[in-house]
Design a protein around this ligand. Structure first.
Ligand code: ADP
Length: 309
């Protein structure tokens, strides 16, 4: 039941397998005509990258046994990729994932063409085609989670830029002299407004361990220091979106990720700051991600559909 479409950027030419490799789990499924089927999840091996590649290959083979028409494979990973998108430079949340020849390793194991994508970019593609930005010609997806990532989708395709770094919103400097990020630069957005940063700042302010979720709960209850930490983070995210609006003027921003799952308090804070800093320019349209945990798998399958053999 493949869905025909007259859209030249239609990403569903054939059933495609999507794999989303995370720090704790590997999720997979088959995208058929815009519908995700055969969902499968297993823990991510913690014994080095060859074991992760073996696990991915086993999931692909299991899905192919169920869906023999699925000959395209897309894999999303949480880390920067080489410019040719055949290697993962590093994925700090996956044990042993440094300079991994993922495409070569999987193509050897499977005898199939494999397309590699960054997980935030994959989610951006998914939300653009099948989620909250469906029907738009331009969108920016932002994930506010352990870190902050983003993907820019123009005309149904990911905008990568000259070096493939387009969308590295978490590494945009918003406070020179601020906290130093994992990339070694001070004042990056994710060092100030990610889930990790909120927990760090709330823990410092309250002089005990405070999780991101608890920081939001305390803030909602009116705790002054927790409120200050949360408000500052949301303000920085909103300001960053207003900056992107002036730079790219996309039709819509979509925000997902664990921190955004807080819901109303998160989105109201971000929208208020975005509106304030949009000033007399264009309004900033922000929507909640719709695909939740499926976004990475769907996006990886879409990437394979767009670029697969
Ligand atoms: P990942 O970063 O691995 O993609 P998530 O998208 O789940 O994972 O994001 C994890 C981050 O989201 C952590 O910083 C965590 O504390 C935060 N988080 C998860 N659930 C909530 C919640 N209900 N409220 C606030 N923060 C949350």
């Amino acid at each position: 039941m493949t869905q025909a479409s007259s859209d030249p950027t239609a990403p569903f030419p054939a059933p495609a397998i999507g794999i989303d490799v995370g720090g704790t789990k590997i999720a997979s499924g088959v995208l058929i005509g815009g519908e995700l089927r055969g969902r499968h999840v297993q823990p991510t091996p913690e014994t080095g990258w060859p074991a992760v590649l073996d696990a991915i290959a086993a999931q692909v083979q299991g899905l192919q046994a169920q869906f023999p028409d699925a000959a395209r494979v897309g894999v999303g990973v949480p880390g920067p990729l080489s410019l040719d998108r055949r290697r993962v430079k590093f994925a700090p949340n996956i044990y042993g994932f440094t300079d991994v020849p993922l495409v070569e390793g999987l193509e050897e194991r499977l005898g199939l063409r494999v397309v590699l994508e960054n997980d935030a970019k994959a989610a951006a593609l998914a939300e653009a085609h099948l989620g909250a930005a469906r029907g738009t010609g331009s969108s920016v997806y932002v994930t506010v989670s352990t870190g902050i990532g983003a993907g820019i989708v123009l005309g149904g395709r990911i905008w990568r830029g000259r070096h493939g770094i387009a969308g590295e919103l978490g590494h945009v400097t918003v406070m020179p002299g601020g906290p130093v990020s994992g990339a070694g630069l001070d004042g990056a957005l994710e060092a100030i407004a990610s889930g990790t940063a909120i927990a760090r700042d709330a823990s410092y302010a309250l002089n005990r361990d405070v999780s991101t979720a608890e920081a939001f709960t305390l803030a909602a209850g009116g705790h002054p220091a927790a409120r200050r930490v949360v408000d500052q983070a949301l303000r920085h995210i909103g300001v960053a979106l207003s900056d992107l609006q002036k730079l790219l003027d996309p039709e819509v921003f979509v925000i997902g990720g664990g921190v955004a799952s807080v819901g109303d308090a998160f989105f109201e804070g971000v929208q208020a700051a975005a509106d304030e800093y949009a000033g007399p320019f264009a309004p900033v349209t922000i929507r909640r991600a719709q695909l939740g945990g499926d976004a990475g798998v769907i996006g990886a399958a879409l990437a394979a559909g767009q670029e697969g053999a």
